[in-house]
Design a protein around this ligand. Structure first.
Ligand code: PLP
Length: 447
């Protein structure tokens, strides 16, 4: 156990170092503009640094700041740019579309090609586009309720699926509880959102037994409460229980697309009834998709035919616009490829091996978790089995120090729970530099 005083002292020193190295970012934070909180989106304040860095540009796996810092980017827009910033094919597609109109509320010829690419990449025959993964999840929940006639959904404790009201229910001492941090929450979802612990087959079986749950919405590996791996056989049991109880299985693969070509479902199985993918599918252009089986599509069509004309509550104006379709075509044709996954996975292996060696050499009692190209450093000895264990294992002060220390030495991690993504153009040198910085911090922590 590293002493809190040591962590605090190093954090103070590193904060000073950050401020000295980033005078323009500090000035920008203090200058005063019309943004609420000085940034155009309040999450940009969620970094552990004293003020947010101010980005100048990014290319490949490198981000530069207005202070002239060059950072090896392992955050990659928290997954949106996990295949690298501005891959040439994407940049060209966006530029070309830019002169031809961006939003028509009409399909284009390219959209046919994109549907074929989605089906062949992710192994589901039918697709729809939304503007964000949050929106895709909201749409999917609505469809599942609509076609099943069931009101309840099932979630795993500690999950995150975006700005989706129904999913902000936690288990506290075994009791469902609305997440206390929500802003302006008017509805209590405890009656319709059932929550069990990940990897708890008995609880899952009991919850589904009533046959009144429309869908299970899950990440195949939890990635938003630290990373929690599926226990051997758990996902196949989940699939079997859903089949037995007529429950739709939705895998939100927004993050687990890192697992391999076709996402976690195609890499490791099982296949869901509905799959959601956001963020990286447009390489940073706001767009997301959900895919589903022919059986689900038939039920959706029947529901559509039977309901009165009017608002469906599903969809937003910019969804599937020409820019989004062009971006996805470039990403799926040239960037989200088996070849690029091979490079990403090899890089991630190198990163895990390097950091695991540091942990062992310095006897830190931490561990690494890997989901393909997504890697996480957890400051606890044992991998958590569920959301409660993952929350209990968190060490916010230490995690923040690691993040700040690495930023000061040119490696940018995701702002939440020290997650690292390895892109197809992340170099061994960038990986080795990150590993060396963690080793240097370990030495200082143990002094
Ligand atoms: C698993 C998962 N699903 C959905 C979302 C929502 O994505 P967005 O914020 O792009 O809507 C996130 C965001 O982090 C996520 O991690």
């Amino acid at each position: 156990m590293i002493a809190a005083e040591r962590i605090a002292a190093l954090t103070a020193r590193e904060s000073e170092r950050f401020v000295a190295a980033n005078p323009r970012a500090v000035a920008a934070a203090g200058r005063g503009n019309s943004w609420f909180g000085q940034v155009p989106f309040h999450w940009m304040l969620d970094w552990p640094s004293p003020v947010p860095l101010v980005a100048a540009a990014a290319q490949g796996a490198t981000l530069t700041t207005i202070d002239g810092q060059t950072l090896n980017d392992f955050c990659l827009g928290d997954t949106a740019s996990m295949f690298g910033h501005s891959p040439p094919a994407l940049a060209a597609a966006i530029a070309a579309q830019g002169t031809q109109g961006l939003s028509y509320m009409l399909p284009t010829e390219k959209s046919d090609a994109v549907s074929a690419l989605l089906a062949s990449t992710f192994g589901l025959p039918r697709w729809q586009v939304t503007t964000t993964a949050s929106e895709a999840n909201r749409a999917v929940i609505r469809w599942c309720r609509g076609i099943s006639g069931r009101r309840k959904i099932l979630l795993f404790n500690g999950c995150y699926h975006g700005a989706v009201d129904d999913v902000f229910v936690d288990l506290k001492n075994g009791e469902p509880t609305m997440r206390a941090s929500l802003v302006g929450q008017a509805h209590d979802f405890r009656g319709t959102s059932v929550v069990v612990e990940f990897n708890d087959e008995d609880a899952l079986e009991a919850a589904l037994a009533g046959g009144d749950i429309a869908c299970v919405l899950a990440e195949p590996v939890m990635t938003n409460v630290g990373m929690v791996r599926d226990a051997p056989g758990f996902l196949h049991r989940l699939r079997a229980l859903c089949d037995r109880t007529g429950t739709l299985l939705v895998f939100d693969e927004t993050h687990t697309i890192s697992s391999g070509f076709g996402g976690h479902s195609n890499t490791h199985g099982p296949m869901p009834d509905i799959m959601v993918i956001g963020k990286s599918i447009g390489g940073g252009v706001p767009t997301a998709v959900y895919g589903f089986t022919e059986a689900v599509a038939t039920r959706m069509a029947a529901l559509n035919a039977a309901r009165p004309a009017g608002h469906s509550g599903i969809g937003t104006t910019l969804s599937a616009n020409a820019l989004a379709i062009s971006a996805m075509q470039a990403m799926l044709s040239d960037v989200i490829t088996r070849e690029n996954y091979a490079v990403m996975l090899a890089g991630a292996e190198r990163l895990v091996a390097g950091l695991a060696a540091v942990i062992a050499r310095r006897e830190l009692g931490w561990h690494m978790t890997q989901v393909g190209a997504r890697v996480e450093l957890l400051c606890s000895p044992v991998p958590p089995r569920n959301g409660s264990e993952a929350k209990a294992a968190m060490q916010p002060a230490l995690e923040a120090l690691i993040h700040l220390y690495l930023t000061n030495r040119g490696s940018l991690l995701a702002p939440f729970h020290n997650m690292m993504l390895v892109s197809p153009i992340t170099s061994d040198k960038q990986i080795d530099q990150l590993v060396a910085s963690v080793d240097a911090l370990a030495v200082e922590l143990l002094e």
